[in-house]
Design a protein around this ligand. Structure first.
Ligand SMILES: NC(=O)c1ccc[n+]([C@@H]2O[C@H](COP(=O)([O-])OP(=O)(O)OC[C@H]3O[C@@H](n4cnc5c(N)ncnc54)[C@H](OP(=O)(O)O)[C@@H]3O)[C@@H](O)[C@H]2O)c1
Length: 214
């Protein structure tokens, strides 16, 4: 599969791209927003394209054309205000969905956030972030795309354990970025995850076993 990754220069994005390269089954392209990031990926043998999620649907469609799958792991981050959360995490994500549909790219994998589907459990301090994640996920679920939505708990930089829990309403918990990237890759390779949206934390099951329970 030809896969394009939005948020490729981010922490999950970089680990995911490393993993996909090592697995060797797919062709991956990093969509990044700075020229120096393009050069850095290319220097490491990874295709890279300049993009900005604040750009137009047409620009994004031009970029996505020819890819089989989109992975969205971008986010404006905790240091920006709710305006950027809206523009990147919500509208940026939805524009990539519209663009993917326009050019016939069917597969779409989203990195969301634990319990973003459940308003009652949103962290009050970062409600706008949950609103953005919630509505981006809803747009994706209502689209014609072959989606998988992974909703990880608090992200850590611990080494991956390869042991996770998945479910519809997991207790608040953590998960390493490496395990999130491994789950994303497993989902790319497993069409039974199409049409699924699930919380993800560290847990007891192997990734393959956990995905079987969805
Ligand atoms: N932190 C948590 O505990 C937590 C929990 C659950 C889910 N998540 C979600 O997990 C995902 C990835 O997390 P992470 O730690 O890998 O995040 P990260 O390191 O902050 O990566 C986010 C990436 O998005 C890119 N980005 C931001 N604005 C952009 C724009 N306008 N156009 C193109 N790219 C843009 C950033 O580009 P630059 O590199 O140029 O800045 C960065 O590479 C995010 O969606 C986040 O919301 C986080």
């Amino acid at each position: 599969m030809k896969i394009i990754v939005f948020g490729a220069n981010g922490q999950i994005g970089k680990i995911f791209i490393d993993k996909i390269k090592k697995e060797g089954k797919h062709e991956v392209t990093a969509a990044v927003r700075k020229e120096e990031q393009v050069k850095e990926f290319q220097a490491n043998g990874v295709n890279a394209q300049l993009t900005d999620l604040e750009g137009s649907v047409n620009e994004l469609a031009e970029l996505i054309k020819g890819f089989d799958a989109v992975v969205f792991t971008a986010g404006s981050g905790g240091k920006t205000g709710p305006d950027k959360t809206l523009l990147v995490d919500l509208d940026g994500a939805v524009k990539t969905m519209e663009a993917a549909m326009e050019v016939g790219t069917k597969r779409y994998l989203m990195v969301s956030a634990l319990q973003s589907n459940n308003r009652e459990n949103w962290n009050k301090k970062i409600k706008p972030y949950y609103v953005a994640k919630h509505y981006a996920d809803r747009c994706l679920m209502e689209s014609s795309l072959d989606y998988t939505i992974v909703r990880p708990g608090g992200l850590t930089n611990d080494p991956g354990k390869g042991k996770v829990a998945v479910g519809q309403q997991l207790e608040r918990g953590q998960v390493s970025r490496e395990d999130v990237a491994a789950v994303l890759l497993a989902c790319v390779d497993d069409d039974s995850t199409i049409g699924k949206a699930f919380d993800l934390t560290e847990g007891e099951d192997s990734i393959a076993r956990a995905l079987e329970t969805l």
